[in-house]
Design a protein around this ligand. Structure first.
Ligand code: HSE
Length: 293
């Protein structure tokens, strides 16, 4: 049988919620999967970055499918995979989490949902290394995830006001590995306290609909200052979004996409962000995204 799944792109961290918070966005990758008993793999990829994605057994979607099928003991050895990608590749909008979640969810559906959604969440997190993109890709909405007493838990919710995400996507790739390599293994206590306060305020404000409290709450001292050099113009892009009425601005995931959270003025904010990137000789485009439910 052929199974079709549609998985949203995501924005992780949301500033201070490093490796913990994520939001599912209204931009999607689609996967059609047919498992085959013979050892034959065909992969068709359309859309963003298609030419840069491997179409053999190194393919991430296939590796996740293969892992799940082997774990289940099912006899399938091959697959026909068709991907249509709208989530920009390697730009900080969760393309790798969408690949992992799409592969696991589709393979699980082919196996009559042998595994629970929680088990898929745990497998996807183990493959990705952190839960902040896979949680919203799997559950939708705004998510917070953490290991509590060693068990992976998540909360997913939607705000009761129309929060929009204006994403400015530069035309260069920034691998997550490179963006994690610049981080510090130790940070000052005052920076940790700053981040705890800010992420707590974001979650409280989003869940209680307190839009005014969000202003200023998206700041971070844990990862963004160290990543600024990898994204030319970052602070100028943040500044113009702010001047145009954004509630807050952050790197999306590990970057290089930058994001403004807002309830108004979307187009002006997007245009200003793209212009600010251009001043630093970076070509970018912007999209106005909603939260995927
Ligand atoms: N939390 C991750 C990071 C998201 O910022 O490195 C990117 O995968």
């Amino acid at each position: 049988k052929c199974v079709k799944v549609k998985v949203p792109g995501t924005t992780a961290n949301c500033g201070p919620g490093f490796d913990v918070m994520g939001i599912a966005c209204s931009i999607y990758n689609e996967l059609e999967l047919t498992l085959l008993e013979e050892k034959k793999l065909t992969i068709e990829i359309y859309g963003d970055g298609a030419e840069n994605i491997p179409k053999d057994n190194r393919n991430m979607v296939w590796r996740c499918i293969e892992e799940l099928v082997k774990k289940s003991g099912a006899k399938y050895k091959g697959a026909h995979i068709k991907m249509t990608n709208n989530v920009p590749l390697s730009r900080g909008l969760g393309s790798s989490a969408t690949a992992i979640v799409a592969g696991l969810v589709a393979a699980n559906a082919c196996l009559d949902n042998k595994y629970s959604v929680q088990e898929i969440f745990e497998m996807a997190t183990a493959i990705e290394g952190h839960p902040d993109n896979v949680a919203p890709a799997l559950f939708g909405g705004i998510t917070v995830s953490a290991f509590l007493h060693g068990n992976l838990k998540h909360i997913s919710f939607l705000p009761d006001f129309p929060l929009k995400m204006v994403v400015a996507i530069p035309d260069f790739y920034l691998p997550t590995k490179k963006a994690r390599a610049v981080l510090k293994q130790q940070i000052p206590l005052k920076d940790a306290i700053f981040n705890i306060g800010h992420i707590a305020m974001i979650i409280g404000a989003l869940s209680q609909g307190k839009v005014d409290v969000l202003k200023g709450a998206f700041e971070d001292k844990l990862h963004q200052p160290y990543r600024a050099d990898l994204i030319p113009g970052m602070n100028d892009v943040f500044k113009v979004a702010d001047e145009n009425g954004a509630l807050g601005t952050t790197i999306s995931g590990a970057g290089p996409t930058l994001i403004a959270y807002t309830v108004e003025n979307y187009e002006a904010i997007g245009k200003a962000m793209v212009e600010a990137f251009a001043k630093h000789k970076i070509n970018a485009k912007y999209l106005v995204l909603d939260i995927d439910s």
